[in-house]
Each structure stands twice: as C-alpha cells, then as structure tokens.
Design a binder for this molecule. Sequence first.
Ligand SMILES: NC(=O)c1ccc[n+]([C@@H]2O[C@H](COP(=O)([O-])OP(=O)(O)OC[C@H]3O[C@@H](n4cnc5c(N)ncnc54)[C@H](O)[C@@H]3O)[C@@H](O)[C@H]2O)c1
Length: 381
Amino acid sequence: MRTGVWLMGARGSVATTSIVGALALRAGLTEPTGCVTELPDLRGPALPAFADLVLGGHDVVVTPLTKRAGALAAARVLPGRLVDALADELADVEAALRPAPTGGTQAERATAVARDLTDFQRRHGLDRVVVVNVTATEPVAAAHPAHHDLAALRAALAGPGAVLPASSLYAYAAFTAGCPYVDFTPSTGARLPALKALADEQGLPYAGHDGKTGETLVKSVLAPMFAMRHLTVRSWSGVNLLGGGDGATLADPAANAAKVDSKQRVLGETLGYVPQGGTRIDFVPELGDFKTAWDLVTFAGFLGTGMRMEFTWHGCDSALAAPLVLDLARLTAAAHAAGRRGPLAELAFFFKDPLDAPTHSLAEQWALLREFVAGLHARAG
Ligand SMILES: NC(=O)c1ccc[n+]([C@@H]2O[C@H](COP(=O)([O-])OP(=O)(O)OC[C@H]3O[C@@H](n4cnc5c(N)ncnc54)[C@H](O)[C@@H]3O)[C@@H](O)[C@H]2O)c1
C-alpha cells in the first residue's frame, strides 16, 4: 500500500525528525523505538510498511531540509551519522516539498494546496496521501458563521478576507483532494461542523488533536490512578520550560492559551472535577527541543489526610513526537483503506485533546486502539 505522508510544516523540528526517522527506518539504519505500531500487539498486514511511505509537504519557510536536519543533529535531537548517511534520500524529499501558497483568496490557496496533493499522488503512484498538520500552534480561531455550513463556507472562502485559520484551510484542501487529515497540533484544524460535513461528503477519516508526548502523557496515566483509588486531587500545577520553534511560538500568549487549554482538559474529564492549579509554559531558548516539566500534585486521602507527589519530565520533544506522526499516518491510511469516515476516536491514545474520545485514561485508550487495529488486520487478511 504505497502511502504518501504530506507534512504541513514540513521544515519544522517534528516534521524533519519524522522525515529522517522514516528514511532511516526504510534503510534499516535504526530500530522503530517509540513507534507503537511496531509493537507485537499492533503490527500486521493492514498497515503500510515503512518502505511504502513517500514523504512530501508544505512550509512557509524555505530553509533546506538538510540544513534543518543538520541543526537538529548539532542539538543532539538526531544522530549526525544518520543525516550524513541519508543525504541522497533527504534530497529526494526536498524535491517533493512545496512552498505554502500565499496571496489570492482562501479558495484559491486551498485549490493550490489540493493541486499539490493530487500531483504528488499521481507522480509517485500512491494509493492514498495522508495529510498531517505539524505547523506552528495557532491562536484560538475567531468564530465565523460559515464554520457551521459547508455551502456557506465554500461561498465565504471565495470572498476577500480570512474565513479559516491555516490549519482548517489545510484540512479543507486535504478533504477536497480526497486525503485523510491528522492534526498533531492544538490548532482548530478539522474541528468545524462545515469541515466534518466535507469529510462525510468525501468519505474521509480524520484524527486529532495535539500529540500527547510528555507531561500530559504522564497525567493521563496518573489521573486515572487517583480517580480509581477514590483519592481527592486538590491541586495539580505544572510548569513547562522549552525552547525550539514550538517554544518560540508558545511565547505568544494567544498560542500559549490554546496549548494550555489542551493540556488541562485531561484532568477535568478524568477526575470529574477541576482541581486548583494550572499549567504554565515558559520559553527558554537555551533548552532547544529538550523540555522540562515539573508537576506538583496535592491530594487528600481517608479522613482528609493531605499528601503530595511531584514529578519531573525531561523529554526530547521531536524525538517523542516523530514516531507518533509515523504511527498516525500508517493507522489513518489503514482506516481509510478500510472505508472509515469521520473522526477516528480510536486514535485517542495519541492525543492530548482527542476527537470524540470516550475516555482520557491512557490504559483505556490503549485497549480501544488494540481492538481497532485488530479489526483492521482481520479485514486486511
Ligand atoms: N514536539 C512535540 O512533542 C509536540 C507535541 C504535541 C504537539 N506538537 C505540535 O507540533 C507542531 C510542530 O512543532 P515543532 O516543534 O516542529 O515546531 P516548529 O516551529 O519547529 O515547526 C513548525 C513549522 O511550521 C511551519 N509553518 C508555520 N505556519 C505555517 C503555515 N501556515 N503553513 C505551512 N507551514 C507553516 C514553520 O515554518 C515551521 O517550519 C506545533 O504546533 C506543536 O505544538 C508538538
């Protein structure tokens, strides 16, 4: 199953790490550590092989991929030997990248993106192309009446002005071109009724939102533990320190608000109440892609006795995110091949703020994912 993986934000840290990782896996130069689709419980015939993945993408910047990969190697996010060994393969991916369209109406820009996707699919003889959004986090989008109705949206996009944020315009373009869409960011993406209608009309699945790679991953394991032991969480406060492009974006209060919202949701929805405290994200350029999260939890037990726990997470964000990007592309491609349409709630395991998810508990999400993938493999024979 030859599968295109089209990365929106293709020259960013997560995308570059995903590209180098996919090429290294294809060449047998690395192990699939961190790729959950390579666990014995999930591996199987329904998923496209790493060798069947063909990479491309859009970005607003033109920094060469080899330069971005070299910078990530210098920052110890990627092994430099892989970047050197994969120079020819990286040049092939570079040739498949396209500048994000600018100018004209949003309808014209969406048409240009859809045309790039269709050309990519045809040129490489791909069965399908999965579009994955890994662009910089956007501020929460302003509401617009056309977000609720597909016909009104189509008409509004042809007019002057911006009706959709970039993440949603990319989802619109992907659906128009017949491509499933995955949103690894907290941005609006496909979360609009008009876009849901378009995905339905085109018979396409989509997944999101906001990859769960660090502090929230730990929260989604610990919060169910407090709930199951009937302990009362009184406060949960977290401080995240990070640099890199994502850290720089999140220094903007509007983008920061979108991310913080997504990180706290797991607590209210798992515990059934919202404890005191919040999550703070600070930009520290020196830390680059290596993030530190400190969390302090205070809780009460029998007879109201107060207790506390603390944890510290030191993660390399792009190294944690990239294997999940590849997992999501493979799983969404398999779901599309199986005829699934609409939001893929079974992929909640991967997200901080999952679409239509029945649960925020990582263990329950894992059970849901296993069942889903077993069904895909059974169907694929
Ligand atoms: N790394 C993680 O663990 C993690 C976890 C969850 C979510 N995310 C999200 O993934 C996204 C990418 O993170 P990153 O560290 O790679 O950030 P980054 O800043 O390194 O990369 C973002 C890329 O998007 C490009 N871009 C910005 N606006 C664009 C547009 N309109 N069209 C096309 N390209 C555009 C930028 O030029 C840049 O190359 C962020 O939204 C981040 O919040 C990352």
